[in-house]
Design a protein around this ligand. Structure first.
Ligand SMILES: Nc1ncnc2c1ncn2[C@@H]1O[C@H](COP(=O)(O)OP(=O)(O)O)[C@@H](O)[C@H]1O
Ligand SMILES: [Mg+2]
Length: 288
């Protein structure tokens, strides 16, 4: 099991007037190769929780075990940083080198990849995100499009060849083309075996990609289950004023209007298949 959280609690600025428990007693595991979606309101503790998964934040209490290593151990924490890549919200603001190649090389250099291997790591990571090395290596990251900048940031993370990727709102602020590019890249990485934890406000993205979904509410784990289980309870999510996938909302509206749409439909392919089936049944009985 690549990630285990045991009773994870995090309190910011303990003992001060500003004391705030952002994550309260969360236990969960992430399986090998799994895609876990994390949803919840702003301030529900999503970023705080995932920043424990590569040792960026330390628990106030509880334990975080990644690839069998307890992150309380300072000596081994550094090795974990290479195995767990973390993409923050708006990562393009963290680009600061003069060339794309230098930016992508930053993390592997810092994490101790031998100098003679760095170029091949950088080259592979750039090719992976669809930025051909010969075309982009010498360019300034600042003159690229939004989607390209995000891909440079992602390449910088992939350059350490992590087995786990933590993505905190990776699509925020991208135009539709940039979104689609980033989304399909993330899907491809997961298909190739990278374990992924993705925080997102887009229920449609989560519905399309995640195997399981964790719902956070006021710092606590409200529920965790398969994507199907969680979005089959759309009415509960709506009652918490959380969003649900577009198709789940449409299915609910059709149900209210009297169509026998079953519970548990949240992907447009599922709704399409149901409607085609319904239509052809009607058609057959109409002919008779
Ligand atoms: N550096 C910090 N110092 C103090 N409080 C913080 C800090 N970062 C986040 N918080 C608080 O912790 C809670 C959870 O925040 P966060 O983990 O960012 O939630 P989310 O990612 O779900 O929006 C919020 O109440 C937030 O104000
Ligand atoms: Mg956040």
């Amino acid at each position: 099991m690549p990630i285990v959280l045991e009773h994870l609690t995090h309190t910011y600025q303990p003992g001060s007037a500003m004391q705030a428990t952002a994550v309260n007693d969360i236990s969960l595991t992430v399986e090998d190769g799994e895609f876990l979606g994390v949803i919840g309101h702003t301030g529900s503790g999503k970023s705080t929780m995932v920043q424990h998964m590569n040792g960026l934040l330390q628990p106030t209490s509880g334990r975080v075990i990644v690839n069998g290593i307890d992150l309380a151990d300072k000596k081994t924490r550094r090795d974990i940083r290479r195995q767990v890549g973390m993409l923050f919200q708006y990562p393009e603001y963290q680009l600061f080198e003069e060339t794309v190649k230098a930016d992508v090389a930053f993390a592997p250099k810092n994490l101790g990849v031998p100098a003679e291997q760095i170029e091949s790591y950088v080259r592979a990571a750039m090719e992976k995100v669809g930025l051909p090395y010969d075309e982009f290596a010498e360019r300034s990251p600042f003159e690229l499009s939004g989607g390209q900048k995000r891909r440079v940031a992602l390449a910088g993370i992939l350059a350490t060849a992590p087995s786990i990727l933590i993505l905190d709102e990776p699509m925020a602020g991208l135009d539709p083309v940039g979104r689609e590019e980033t989304l399909s890249l993330i899907k491809q990485l997961n298909d190739e075996g990278t374990t992924i934890v993705m925080v997102s406000h887009s229920m449609d993205d989560i519905a399309r990609l995640a195997d399981r979904v964790a719902v956070l509410n006021m710092g606590e784990l409200y529920t965790i289950g398969t994507t199907n289980e969680v979005f089959s309870h759309s009415s509960e999510l709506l009652a918490m004023s959380l969003d649900v996938p577009h198709t789940a909302r449409l299915a609910a509206t059709l149900r209210e209007r009297g169509l026998p749409v079953p519970e548990g439909i949240y992907l447009k392919e599922q709704l399409r298949d149901f409607l085609v089936e319904l239509y052809s049944k009607k058609h057959r009985s109409g002919d008779a």
